[in-house]
Design a protein around this ligand. Structure first.
Ligand code: ADP
Length: 395
């Protein structure tokens, strides 16, 4: 089954064409800056192609990409009829979608209703869905939600301590995000360790530009650090993560800030960018710290401290932890930050095997065999997971 996997942003589209169940990635590409000066980076049969031009919207961008897929030189298909289905990343599925779902009018209405609480993501995801319906009207579309895997949380984990009426009226609660990644990484970790996930307590740290931690018991999420929106939890590239909510009212009064300004500050100007004043990219933060720069060192310390704090509290929630699994951009690539975290996990009985830590982007156990809990890296693969969910649902 050939499945088109789509991750649509407001002005970008990431795609992979994957043949399942054998998981053969036939081609992948990135369309950036839709509506302005669009760039398509396509990796196909004969390597990379880069095309530029003004593509007005997602449907036009998708048409262009499909032309490339059947292009006699660069393409990987003889005809578009070979595409059997599309799997879409949809960020917010609310309480409605506890599993991936086939997209019909009802699902689209629900995804649209959730735009109110996911205004940065769900509208873009819908544009991707509409583009496929427009250009490939005969194939089934499946939505795979970032929130679904976290729907196993109990009310004690997902309720906020504010008046209950806001949950009843607006469904204000913890949802959690990056669920597709947490699911893939935890199941894969159990597989690598040769254990049944049903018998395991796992903590997954997904730390890239966005970052979240989750506590997984027997394959089910019991708690996760992102909340009503992806702003809560860890210190991120530009997002603040946890803070005293009173700071919002204090700064609004002191600085005469509007709601939109404070929202922008917390989402776009905070995190390691906000503390360092230099960059949201952990490569720059790490380099600055190694060069002895004060602000970068502070940003890195806050960043690592928060990760360790969550690992500690989730160990308590799980009543013990068998494996801490590191994933996403920062933790798949930075041996330095992995070591900083590992050095603070001695209380959990974890000792880093430094001879195993010097690598990027590999599945690897990095704790010593004597460690009471395993510390390991499992690169995430959300596209594979979307293809798998699509395949499983249609099969
Ligand atoms: P996103 O949340 O956008 O999906 P990714 O998981 O792709 O993010 O992570 C991207 C981030 O990973 C970069 O912004 C950077 O902070 C971090 N990163 C990538 N490579 C390294 C590295 N070698 N060292 C430290 N951090 C890195």
């Amino acid at each position: 089954m050939k499945i088109l996997v789509l991750n649509a942003g407001s002005s970008s589209l990431k795609y992979q064409l994957i043949s399942m169940p054998e998981w053969d990635v036939l081609s992948k590409w990135l369309v950036d800056k839709i509506g302005k000066w669009t760039v398509i980076k396509h990796v196909g049969k004969i390597g990379k192609v880069e095309i530029q031009g003004d593509l007005e919207n997602h449907s036009i961008a998708l048409k262009k990409v499909l032309e490339l897929l059947v292009d006699p030189t660069h393409g990987v298909l003889n005809s578009l009829e070979e595409i059997d289905a599309a799997g879409h990343r949809v960020v917010h599925g609310g309480e409605e979608f506890v599993n991936s779902a086939r997209i019909d009018d009802y699902a689209k209405t629900k995804i649209n209703e959730l735009c109110e609480i996911a205004p940065l993501h769900n509208p873009a995801n819908l544009m991707g869905i509409n583009a496929v319906e427009d250009v490939l009207p005969n194939i089934p579309n499946i939505a795979v939600f970032d929130t679904s895997f976290h729907q196993t949380m109990e009310p004690s984990a997902y309720m906020y301590s504010i008046p209950y009426k806001y949950y009843e009226k607006y469904k204000v609660r913890r949802y959690g995000f990056h669920g597709t990644s947490h699911k893939y990484v935890s199941y894969r970790a159990a597989e690598i360790l040769g254990k049944d996930i049903k018998d395991m307590n796992i903590i997954v740290c997904h730390v890239g530009n966005g970052a979240s931690v989750s506590a997984i018991k027997g394959g089910k999420v019991v708690d996760t650090s992102m909340g009503f929106t992806p702003l809560e939890g860890l210190t991120m590239g530009t997002r603040s993560g946890d803070l005293d909510p009173a700071i919002v009212a204090f700064l609004m009064r002191k600085e005469n800030m509007t709601i939109d300004e404070i929202d922008h500050m917390l989402n776009k100007q905070s995190g390691v960018l906000g503390i360092s004043g230099v960059s949201s990219d952990m490569r720059d933060i790490e380099d600055g710290h190694i060069a002895g720069k004060t602000q970068e060192t502070l940003a890195l310390d806050v960043y690592v401290n928060k990760i360790v704090k969550y690992i500690g509290s989730y160990t308590a929630i799980l009543n013990g932890c068998d494996a801490v699994v590191l994933t996403a951009g920062t933790l798949e690539n930075s041996a330095y930050i992995r070591k900083m975290i590992a050095d603070k996990l001695g209380w959990l009985g974890i000792t880093l095997d430094e001879s195993k830590n010097d690598f990027r982007w590999e599945e690897r156990i990095i704790s010593t065999p004597e460690s009471k809990a395993v510390l390991m890296v499992v690169p995430t693969n959300e596209e594979y997971m979307i293809a798998k969910e699509t395949y499983d649902l249609l099969k």
